[in-house]
Design a protein around this ligand. Structure first.
Ligand code: BEZ
Ligand code: FE
Length: 337
């Protein structure tokens, strides 16, 4: 039986789709898709088809190139497993992940910027108490991480759930080891206290290559690009009423600081490591000489984010000269009234 989306053609007012040419195929695909009942999907498809067709026309795309593209995307899909997301990796290396994060999570100047999530966040990190060690790697350089989390008006935020993940000293995430089993390592969930403070022990992050043994790695090689990320530690913040923040801190002076393979580095997220003072070593119960990472994170409320997202969408439509659009939940859709 036909579902509502697969009604027989006669039930719709379908334009006559024949004798289509390089010059008129785009408008005809738009015409048939314009029957879509979901205005947002209709708009997204209209723009996607426009850009895809223009891409083919502008490049004079050959059949062989089209087929090579299909085969490449097939390989990307085939490389994906429960712990390997080659499509996210592809999105990362063409800058799409960073772009989408910046669009969907706009930030006022006083707040902490977001950056790429990457494919190595998991949902099985243990919740640890303040001061815990998150890395079991004895070869890592000891690092004390002592941070705060506040609102844009400087009020400390307690009870924020903070997900942290980093590689071991060889530049590998725990999920990249076949024998990892259920033993999460180099990752933890911690919670901020009444003063908005959270702290833990870790190891100094190192640069590492993104997974290069798949189609995305081969593409990078063909493009003459390296596959390295600078030293960083990931942080994800969740607190009811605040915009979800996915970010990372980058170690100042790390190799690849200005040539990150996935475009994630922002000046505001680069931090110079220090060495703990003898007083800090005592206070936090770490060895003298331990490296220290401090940072004051600032979260944005859902309300602030909603307004910013709306204002940015209005601005973007104006800049694109797109008339007749309304903004619904921060997303542009055609105004049908
Ligand atoms: C990461 O930082 O974990 C990462 C981000 C993008 C691609 C690969 C890895
Ligand atoms: Fe990473």
């Amino acid at each position: 039986m036909a579902s509502s989306t697969t009604k027989p053609a006669a039930a719709h007012k379908v334009p006559e789709l024949k004798n289509l040419t390089i010059d008129n195929i785009t408008e005809n695909v738009h015409r048939i898709n314009s029957q879509c009942a979901d205005p947002r999907l209709k708009y997204v498809m209209e723009r996607l088809v426009t850009h895809l067709h223009d891409f083919a026309r502008e490049t004079r795309l050959s059949f062989d190139e089209w087929m090579a593209g299909i085969q490449f995307l097939t390989q990307v899909g085939q490389k994906c497993t429960d712990v390997r997301q080659e499509f996210i990796l592809l999105s990362d290396i063409v800058g799409l992940s960073l772009l989408v994060d910046s669009i969907d999570h706009p930030k006022p100047p006083s707040s902490t910027e977001g950056t790429v999530l990457g494919p190595f966040h998991t949902h099985d990190a243990e919740t640890l108490s303040p001061g815990s060690q998150i890395s079991a790697d004895p070869a890592g350089t000891p690092l004390l991480v002592a941070c705060t989390v506040k609102t844009t008006s400087g009020k400390p935020l307690s009870g924020v759930k903070i997900d942290i993940w980093e590689t071991d000293s060889k530049g590998k995430y725990d999920v990249q080891y076949e024998d990892r089993g259920t033993n999460a390592d180099g990752r933890a969930i911690v919670t901020s206290d009444e003063q908005g403070v959270f702290w833990f022990k870790a190891i100094v992050p190192v640069p590492y290559p993104i997974p290069e043994d798949g189609p995305v790695g081969r593409l990078l090689e063909k493009l003459g690009r390296h596959c390295w990320r600078p030293s960083h530690m990931h942080f994800m913040f969740e607190k009811e009423g605040f915009d979800h923040l996915v970010t990372a801190l980058y170690v100042r002076g790390s190799d690849y600081e200005t040539t990150d393979a996935v475009f994630g580095v922002k000046d505001s997220l680069i931090v110079a490591l220090e060495t703990v003072t003898p007083e800090q070593a005592k206070e936090y119960n770490v060895a003298e000489g331990t490296q220290l990472l401090t940072y004051d994170f600032v979260l944005v409320t859902d309300e602030e984010t909603k307004k910013l997202r709306h204002d940015e969408a209005v601005k973007a439509m104006k800049n694109l000269g797109r008339e007749g659009m309304i903004i619904v939940n921060g997303l542009p859709v055609p105004d049908v009234d």
